[in-house]
Design a protein around this ligand. Structure first.
Ligand code: NAD
Length: 468
């Protein structure tokens, strides 16, 4: 048993934890990360990165199917999902090597093993198999894990997103429980790869947190793509047999069964805060999440929490921001305050859905309907959108801007192919509290999809160019 001391000890090497460590080291602190698996965490190894790669395999398959629409002769001879998997694994390994080198180059110590919070002479510390890493400060960044539905056990043909990513064959029929971001992204990928897909969602809409216009557009596009939607449906059972899984659902009192080769359970992810010594250290936990103040301090001195264990949107880039924020606060800097509504949100489906700031109902609830103005510009008239979505079943989308009348832009909502890359402009507009008439003179490149957003700003400023 040995004790060692650092300025900062981080428990968990995912997006939130490694960002805190990198920034603290950059600010001249001695830093250790304790990680039980691999640096990079869920996002790099089991989440964002491999999922986006799977979605790219799906996009390429769609591109081949749509090739004739733009004069390219090509036929889709099949999907080799094990080749896609091998490519994705290599890609992730490369990113992991890059991250490990960066962490090493910043002089950060990485300790492998499962850590728990303890204290040594009144200072917080992380215990790893009896060795104690004592910190002037400790950051807890243990992330989240898949939830399931009571009575439905994961295993064999009932998958969580991690085991769904590891499939080496495309399922013929898939039922997805949960129409949130994970459910919608897998539905998109599997459908493009040739599966019959049904989404069962307890609420009346897919991606329920998004603006009603975005939810409606995605649902319409999915129906056109042949993705079956069971909305407002309750799952009552899922029985595995040699042939697959039978899912029982209940919708408005009407019981039905759905047969599938695999079932993906995507009903949310819960914070990982049990068994880490947090409660024993007197840290306040509320419904599984660590309670923090506006600077991400827990109620225990010099113990901080970042990322998915802090209630709010579960996004890798929120974890990055949290980590940077805590490292700077510890270093005595005064980082600008955190605001959950300013993290851009992108659902990487076909079509993509992207947003930042308030939805229209949120803006109305906050300011009153008579003070809110909105403008929705269809991508149907946008030349670049028409070019890149040639032959697509999901069709055009829109750019929608929500603003205070004679005031700043409060929210930006986009639906369409590749629109995720455009949300940064929306983020700048909302975060800098820009007004439409500030932005209207900044004309957008032609032809580009961003012109739809530019047109919405022009229209809100009273000078639409391509719309009435
Ligand atoms: P989610 O909370 O986004 O969606 C879960 C959905 O499951 C909800 O719509 C909920 O109503 C539904 N649901 C819950 N219980 C149900 C039941 N018994 N029957 C039917 N439906 C049920 O969660 P998720 O999709 O699992 O994603 C987890 C987290 O990871 C989310 O916070 C998400 O934002 C994040 N994530 C983000 C991205 C991205 O930014 N692109 C990608 C993947 C995951």
């Amino acid at each position: 048993m040995t004790d060692s001391s650092y300025d900062l000890v981080v428990l968990g090497g995912g997006s939130g934890g490694y960002a805190a460590a990198l920034r603290a080291a950059e600010l001249g602190r001695t830093v250790a990360i304790v990680e039980q698996d691999l640096l990079g965490g869920t996002c790099l190894h089991r989440g964002c990165v491999p999922t986006k790669a799977l979605l790219h395999t799906a996009e390429v398959a769609d591109g081949v199917r749509r090739a004739a629409a733009v004069g390219v002769n090509a036929t889709l001879d099949g999907i080799d999902l094990s080749a896609s998997l091998a490519w994705r694994e290599k890609l992730v390994q490369g990113k992991h090597r890059g991250l490990s080198s960066l962490v090493k180059a910043r002089g950060i110590t990485v300790v492998s093993g499962r850590g728990t919070l303890t204290s040594v002479d009144g200072r917080p510390a992380i215990d790893v198999s009896g060795d104690r890493l004592v910190g002037t400060d400790v950051v807890i960044a243990t992330g989240a894990s898949s939830r399931t539905i009571p009575g439905i056990e994961l295993g064999q043909k009932i998958l969580d997103s991690e085991s769904a990513l590891a499939l080496d064959e495309v399922p013929r029929r898939a039922v997805i429980l949960g129409g949130g971001v994970i459910g919608v992204e897998f539905a998109s990928a599997w459908r493009s790869l040739g599966a019959e897909v049904t989404i069962v969602e307890a609420l009346d809409n897919l991606i329920a947190n998004e603006d009603p216009s975005s939810r409606d557009a995605l649902e319409k596009a999915y129906r056109r793509r042949g993705i079956a939607l069971e909305l407002g449906a309750r799952v009552t059972a899922a029985e595995q047999s040699d042939d697959g899984v039978t899912v029982s659902i209940d919708r408005d009192g009407e019981a039905r069964t759905l047969d599938a080769d695999v079932v993906l359970v995507a009903v949310g992810r819960g914070p990982v805060t049990n068994g880490l010594g947090l409660a024993e250290a007197g840290i306040e936990i509320d419904r599984g999440f660590v309670s923090v103040d506006e600077s991400l301090r827990t109620n225990a001195p010099h113990v901080w929490a970042v990322g998915d264990i802090v209630a709010g949107p579960q996004l890798a880039h929120r974890g990055f921001r949290h980590g940077i924020f805590v490292a700077e606060t510890i270093a005595g800097e005064n980082p600008s305050p955190l605001d959950d509504s300013l993290f851009p949100r992108v659902t990487y489906s076909t079509p993509e859905v992207a947003s930042v700031g308030s939805t229209e109902p949120q803006a109305i609830a906050a300011h009153g309907a008579d003070r809110i103005v909105t403008r929705e510009v269809s991508l149907a008239g946008n030349a670049k959108s028409e070019i890149v979505s040639a032959g697509s079943e999901s069709r055009a989308g829109f750019a929608k801007v929500v603003a205070l009348a004679d005031g700043p832009i409060l929210g930006v909502h986009l639906v369409g192919e590749r629109v995720g890359e455009l949300i940064t402009e929306g983020q700048l507009a909302v975060a800098w509290e820009a007004r439409a008439d500030d932005l209207a003179p900044l004309i957008h490149a032609h032809p580009s999809q961003s012109e739809a957003l530019g047109e919405a700003f022009l229209a809100l400023a009273g000078s639409p160019l391509h719309t009435l």
